[in-house]
Design a protein around this ligand. Sequence first.
Ligand code: DAK
Length: 261
Amino acid sequence: MSYDHLIVETEGRVGIVTLHRPAARNALSTPLVNELGAALEAFEQDPAIGAIVLTGGDQVFAAGADIKELQEAGFVDIFLADFPHGRAAAWKRMATLRKPVIAAVAGFALGGGCELAMACDFILAADTAVFGQPEVLLGTMPGAGGTQRLARVVGKSKAMEMCLTGRRMDAQEAERAGLVSRVVPVAELRAEAVKAAATIAALSLPAVMMIKESVNAAYETPLAEGLRLERRAFQSTFATEDRREGMAAFAAKRKPEFKGR
Ligand code: DAK
């Protein structure tokens, strides 16, 4: 498949999706979001891919929803389409991918851009990264997780301040607040993200998927239920060839060869 607003590549077992609409600061237009959904789905279905990097390149991650596309829309348009043109389907799919997705963020990740990064499994930030939920400055509010994921990750005060005032957060503050896993020089961002994804992609895919599911459960379940789910997932790994191989390799002092089985 060819894409107009994305660059889609692979490096070994890593799928890399680069948002590519530089003239509009990678604003998340309907065609771009639909392409993003298709590209992620293709990697999810591809057995040769073990992990995914989502980036906007080294200038900007994404400036949010396409404001020009939305400016004439009325409530009924937005409501009936469940936010324009089936776009919600791509967002929902994003949240249900089972393979890990790393957001590699350089420059602005604003509004829907910040929400898109937060919908990934973890965020690696360049030292140029800037996060914000400026929707209130447009007379609206975050609509794709900004009030929910941000509050869970950085806490109520910071989330409230950012969503209520539109104040942006730089990479260092984002790291202190736990929004990003770490900050790297912008020139190294892509390589670091691909390296992390390659590390994951070389491991046992069933174990990786169970870990992702279990960590995500921490945000959606009471502790006792989350612990039960984690315990059951841990026990399930004892049904995989990879778990046997991993422990046998350790005991034999050799590198494990995981098959994803
Ligand atoms: N939409 C459309 N065009 C945009 C854009 C955007 N979000 N951001 C930038 N552009 C365009 C500019 O209009 C300009 O176009 P031309 O004038 O050249 O035609 C070009 O990109 C360059 O922009 P600037 O000249 O402003 O560039 P700067 O580098 O000076 O500034 C900036 C970059 C990102 C700081 C600035 O452009 C900016 O503040 N942009 C708007 C950021 C913003 O307010 N974002 C929030 C949008 S609301 C949901 C899904 C998503 C959402 C909600 C629900 N569901 C699934 C339910 C999300 C909502 C939002 O994100």
